[in-house]
Ligand binder design. Structure first.
Ligand SMILES: NC(=O)c1ccc[n+]([C@@H]2O[C@H](COP(=O)([O-])OP(=O)(O)OC[C@H]3O[C@@H](n4cnc5c(N)ncnc54)[C@H](OP(=O)(O)O)[C@@H]3O)[C@@H](O)[C@H]2O)c1
Length: 267
């Protein structure tokens, strides 16, 4: 397998490139990278043998698997003709039918920020040309970022861009609200940070592997009839759940616009 990454200097492209090399899934002589900026070369300088492609045609000539990790509005500038190749796009809002114009066998994948830790949940979807062998290749490549799951409805991938694609954004939103509440009540900022980290980062680990039981966890807290039950009831009454639904709908709507707007990405 020879892998090419277009946008290899970007946040996600660089994580993929480095993790492919560090894991040994791809050896440096089998990785080609394309960036817009030649100054980005030091990023892969520890790996002798990585090829710096001249342009998209060069990467197609060198690779059988091509990952596109540019922002959606930059896609139109990537003139890519890749018949016979497996194309994996990370771009939100660029559909399988858009990608089909490349002539490649096409797939879309949606990693998230936890890729940096090798803990992304990465759903993907392929077009009708993707073979069983391609699926194995995809799982092999994407597994360096974390866990991988094949979906069968492209609309669901857009929903995934709003949920796992958001990375730590919504936990950060909750963290900020808690920090503000504590510090406005006079708690020292450093103490507030330790307290909120204890909830958002540490206690939340109790849900790992049992997220399907979130409803039961809430039920148990409510059953206890203590302070947290009162807080949960008040949050519900103030529209917490509907706020989340409105937020996720807005994110999906933004995803539909991304290819036409000169800023932004999934995050
Ligand atoms: N960040 C996330 O959590 C996340 C999650 C899931 C999916 N995604 C998707 O993944 C893609 C990359 O996201 P990102 O956060 O890594 O964005 P990013 O940091 O902005 O990286 C994009 C990279 O693409 C490069 N680029 C743009 N046009 C190019 C071209 N024609 N040829 C070669 N390189 C080109 C950019 O170069 P310059 O440095 O010159 O601009 C930049 O380095 C986006 O489509 C995003 O929607 C991101």
């Amino acid at each position: 397998m020879r892998v090419g990454i277009i946008g290899a200097n970007g946040w996600l492209g660089a994580i993929l490139g480095r993790r492919l090399l560090d894991s040994g899934v791809v050896t440096p002589d089998r990785l080609a990278v394309l960036t817009r900026d030649a100054r980005s070369q030091p990023l892969y300088s520890g790996y002798a043998g990585v090829t710096w492609a001249r342009d998209a045609d060069d990467i197609v000539a060198r690779c059988d698997v091509i990952v596109v990790s540019v922002r959606p509005h930059d896609w139109e500038d990537v003139i890519l003709a890749a018949p016979g190749r497996l194309l994996i796009s990370f771009m939100a809002g660029i559909t399988l039918s858009d990608l089909a114009q490349t002539g490649a066998r096409c797939a879309r994948a949606m990693p998230n920020a936890a890729a940096e830790l090798g803990k992304s949940y990465t759903p993907w979807i392929g077009d009708g040309l993707v073979t069983a062998g391609d699926a194995a290749t995809l799982e092999n490549v994407l597994s360096v970022l974390g866990s991988v799951e094949r979906l069968h409805d492209e609309a669901h991938l857009e929903l995934m861009a709003a949920v796992p694609g958001s990375g730590s954004a919504y936990p950060a939103l909750m963290a900020q609200a808690m920090l503000d509440w504590l510090t406005q009540a006079g708690v020292a900022p450093e103490t507030a940070c330790r307290a909120v980290e204890g909830v958002i980062c540490n206690a939340a680990q109790l849900l790992e592997g049992r997220i399907a039981q979130a409803c039961q966890v809430l039920h148990d807290y409510r059953d206890y009839r203590g302070m947290t039950a009162a807080g949960l009831d008040a949050a519900d009454a103030a529209g917490f759940s509907s706020s989340m639904r409105i937020a996720l709908d807005a994110a999906v709507e933004r995803g539909r616009m991304l290819r036409r707007q000169p800023a932004g990405g999934t995050s």
